[in-house]
Design a protein around this ligand. Structure first.
Ligand SMILES: Cc1cc2nc3c(=O)[nH]c(=O)nc-3n(C[C@H](O)[C@H](O)[C@H](O)COP(=O)(O)OP(=O)(O)OC[C@H]3O[C@@H](n4cnc5c(N)ncnc54)[C@H](O)[C@@H]3O)c2cc1C
Length: 359
């Protein structure tokens, strides 16, 4: 592994986690049986993962990127207006640019279009501070690495009610930016009164004939100014609060949404041709849930200064973490930070664990 002295962080060794190797390890760390031990395994194909990969590649770290797809969540956007450096870019173009960038480095970065399902630590030392290698199992194979960067982002949260899966794409939608034009002159309901829900209502104003907003809680939690704006549009027919969402009903396509008014216990069917579900996202952290600390929302808890998780050698970046700001540009910065932190960790690990480098 090439080491660029310029990149060595001045405070290496004084940081609790990176200096998890402060004392020499008690047990040797064996090499992977197949000899194919990556320096860094990156899980994901969005802005965070690509940024990590570009940086690990440029540090000459042997990198494996495991990505189900490239581009990330905003691939569905027609027009991203805050990607720094491009006043307008479609999600598809951004995805292509991201993939092209990481493919510039295929001499040092391997790319596998697979789904990572489990990450475990292996060959851990038994010293005061543990050094481990990691095994990443995908839907197809198993890979081994000295560090892992989890940048697997998030996916849209579903309602989990009868009919939802059956009518997905047949009236049930999760992205107003992408699908609003398909609901021209239709009655639609937006489920969820957070900012995403309010923005979905705004997106739908140009297309739908009537819009309803339904919320499980007692209040609309989204931005008060946006709420004020949407309330003043005559296309917004009703805001329904305190509703338990029960079932998507339909025949070939969606015809309605069944819900219960919690205060009166009365069940009703809202007759609509479209249902936009805007109830947040779920972090794709399942593959490390037994390895690192996860918060109550399923987000990987990181140290914001060094992108470290609770397990030395495992780093995380982007929307899968507990960073409160979920944005493309932030994910890129997070990815860079994780890559540099992984490199610093590897340098420190080499200093303290020559055994890990045995052929
Ligand atoms: C509709 C929509 C529009 C948005 N518009 C904007 C915008 O205009 N501006 C902005 O700044 N932000 C926007 N965002 C937010 C932005 O998309 C996210 O903050 C950003 O994509 C997060 O990047 P990420 O790399 O952390 O994760 P993600 O973008 O979620 O990428 C995760 C990647 O990992 C892959 N992956 C997931 N699980 C696995 C696995 N188990 N194994 C292998 N690969 C896996 C996925 O295929 C995906 O490629 C938008 C989000 C949405 C949903």
């Amino acid at each position: 592994m090439y080491m660029d002295p310029q990149t060595v962080q001045p405070d290496i060794g004084s940081q609790p986690q990176a200096s998890g190797v402060a004392g020499a390890p008690q047990n040797d760390v064996e090499v992977a049986p197949n000899g194919n031990l990556y320096d860094v395994i990156i899980i994901g194909g969005g802005p965070a993962a690509v940024a990590s990969a570009v940086y690990t590649a440029r540090k000459q770290l042997k990198t494996l990127v495991i990505a189900e797809a490239f581009g990330g969540q905003s691939v569905v956007s027609d027009d991203i207006q805050n990607w720094i450096g491009d006043k307008h870019i479609s999600g598809v173009d951004l995805a292509q640019k991201l993939e092209a960038h990481v493919r510039e480095y295929t001499e040092i970065v391997e790319i596998k279009n697979e789904k990572a399902v489990l990450v475990i630590s292996i060959r851990c030392t038994t010293g005061e501070e543990r050094i481990c290698d990691f095994e990443v199992k995908t839907d197809k194979q198993t890979y081994q690495g000295k560090t892992v960067i989890v940048a697997s982002g998030a996916r849209r949260r579903k309602l989990g009610i009868p009919g939802e899966d059956k009518f997905e794409g047949k009236g049930v939608a999760y992205c107003s930016t992408c699908d609003a034009p398909l609901f021209k002159d239709k009655k639609v309901v937006v489920v969820g009164g957070g900012n995403a829900g309010l923005e979905a209502v705004q997106d739908l104003f140009q297309y739908a004939s009537e819009i309803y907003l339904i919320e499980h809680g007692e209040v609309i939690r989204g931005d008060a100014e946006t709420l004020g704006k949407i309330k003043s549009d005559p296309k917004l027919k009703e805001i329904i609060l305190n509703a338990d969402i029960l079932e998507v009903v339909g025949d070939a396509m969606v015809t309605g949404l069944k819900y219960k008014k919690r205060q009166s216990n009365e069940e009703k069917v809202l007759e609509v041709g479209g249902i936009f579900v805007e109830i947040g996202s779920v972090p794709n952290s399942e593959m490390v849930k037994d390895l690192v600390q996860i918060d109550e929302h399923g987000q990987i808890i990181i140290n914001f200064q060094h992108a470290r998780t609770s397990h030395p050698g495992v780093f995380a970046a982007g929307d899968v973490t507990n960073d409160p700001y979920k944005q493309n540009n932030i994910s890129v910065g997070d990815g860079v930070r994780a890559a540099l932190a992984a490199q610093a960790y590897l340098l420190d690990r080499e200093k303290h664990s020559p055994a890990s480098e045995k052929p």
